[in-house]
Design a protein. Sequence first.
Length: 110
Amino acid sequence: MATAHESYAQIVDGNIVNIISWGINNGGYPEVNHLTHMVYGDDAIAISCQQYIVGIGDKYHDGVFWGTDPETEEEVPAEYLPTQNEKLAQLKAENEELTLALAEMIGGAL
């Protein structure tokens, strides 16, 4: 399922310094990355953060977005939000498991 916009974290030295929403018809990732280099320098990067709960001041390193646990102040992986397709696949798998369990309970076979 396509979206009209994608969210990108602009990252400098592992720190999220900005988050932008970019229209998919505006050139997508190559344009966002070019803009990020223009604004923050050649060492800056843009990474899609569409499926993560992150904000300015959070971190990105080792291929993972990181936030801070408010209670412990420790760095923790950012929460991942599954896509609609991932949610649908999970629901289908759970439905199949429940159907098989119900069939076993009533002594039937599928």
